[in-house]
Design a protein around this ligand. Structure first.
Ligand code: ATP
Ligand SMILES: Cc1cn([C@H]2C[C@H](O)[C@@H](COP(=O)(O)O)O2)c(=O)[nH]c1=O
Length: 210
């Protein structure tokens, strides 16, 4: 993005460790006195968190795939204009848990709507606001899901509960997205220990911002 701050997004299958690792990196950057903002999609602000509640509600099993895609894009638009763009203008480093690549992989590829079709509705939603760098947390979908299941504090949502075949398609979708945006997306091995992943992601980020 062409602004004073830097927009960094984090992607990957369920349970890849994004939230855990981003939080450690946020603390580290803050302790160094950096202006850093931690946020997530869908969510990060009230309207988008409300939309998140609707999308991920386990009772909304009848939700149409295009409705789902449009809701993610709507949440993204509001989060961007209300929180991300103003913070970038103030020079913040934005650490955002998921962004457009999730829509391309989950709705575009795994739901079968088409990556180009999802790109089009998202371009309407975000304009030119693409991330400066994206870190993909690479882990086998079954290993990520096992982490989610082992976490007592993490309730399984409507997307987590999709069949394993869906999560494999999400992974395949991500591989296509990574090939398409190979200049922007950096892949990190998320099957390593938590400390190792934090170190590796920290190096990727600092190589871009220092
Ligand atoms: N490198 C790691 N090795 C083993 N367990 C991990 C690792 N990183 C995170 N975990 C654990 O895996 C679980 C999922 O981690 P986390 O919530 O950070 O993943 P996530 O990518 O944000 O998942 P989701 O996108 O599905 O919310 C947590 O219980 C966390 O403690
Ligand atoms: C942004 C975005 C997310 N999703 C999916 C991916 C996850 O299953 C949930 C979000 O839950 P998390 O615990 O915060 O990772 O939503 C999606 O399908 N499309 C998107 O654009």
């Amino acid at each position: 993005m062409n602004s004073k701050g830097i927009f960094i997004t984090f992607e990957g299958p369920e349970g890849a460790g994004k939230t855990t690792v981003i939080s450690a990196i946020y603390d580290r950057l803050q302790n160094q006195g950096k202006k850093v903002l931690l946020t997530r999609e869908p969510g990060g602000i009230k309207i988008a968190e409300d939309i998140r509640g609707i999308i991920l509600d386990n009772e909304n099993t009848e939700m149409d795939a295009k409705t789902e895609a449009l809701l993610y894009a709507a949440a993204r638009r509001q989060h961007l204009v209300e929180k991300v763009i103003p913070a970038l203008a103030q020079g913040y480093i934005i650490l955002c848990d998921r962004f457009i690549d999730s829509s391309l992989a989950y709705q575009g590829y795994a739901r079968g709507i088409g990556i180009d079709e999802i790109l089009e509705i998202n371009q309407f939603a975000i304009g030119e606001a693409m991330p400066d760098v994206t870190v993909f947390f690479d882990i086998r979908p079954e290993d990520g899901l096992a982490r989610v299941l082992n976490n007592d504090k993490r309730e399984q949502n409507r997307l987590d509960k999709e069949a394993l075949s869906f999560h494999h398609k999400v992974y395949e979708g991500y591989q296509q997205v990574i090939r398409r945006y190979c200049d922007r997306i950096v892949v990190t091995d998320a099957s390593l220990t938590q400390d190792e992943v934090v170190e590796n992601v920290y190096k990727i980020i600092t190589s871009r911002i220092m």
